[in-house]
Each structure stands twice: as structure tokens, then as C-alpha cells.
Write a protein that binds this ligand. Sequence first.
Ligand code: FES
Length: 68
Amino acid sequence: MSRAADDVTITAYPDGPLLVRGAAALQTVDGETIEVTRPTVALCRCGLSTIKPFCDGTHKASGFRTDV
Ligand code: FES
């Protein structure tokens, strides 16, 4: 099922990940496609996740802040 780009939204959560809603796939910098099977995925932006590019919740324990 393909989705229009208009159907994809990205929300930057304060002190947390980027939530991507509606994406059918993600692409790494190497051009590898990561199929998305869930309606919403969380992308790490603290850099500490062990399952990059996805958020694993480590940002909470690390005290990652987006307002500094
Ligand atoms: S933003 Fe959640 S682990 Fe990095």
C-alpha cells in the first residue's frame, strides 16, 4: 500500500524522539530501506538508543533535553 507524502507527519517531542506517523518506509543514509509496519514509529534524536534509528527510551534515563 503506498501512501501520499501528505499523509506523513513528524512530531518532535520535547526531550524525546521524533514521532513519524503514516510512513510506509524509512531510508538509511546508505540507501537501505526499512519497511514500517506500524502506523507510528519513534526515531531517536538523543543519539543514545541501542536500536537506532528507533528510540528505545534511553533518552529518559539520560536526561536528554531539547530546550538547551
Ligand atoms: S530519543 Fe529516545 S532513545 Fe534517543
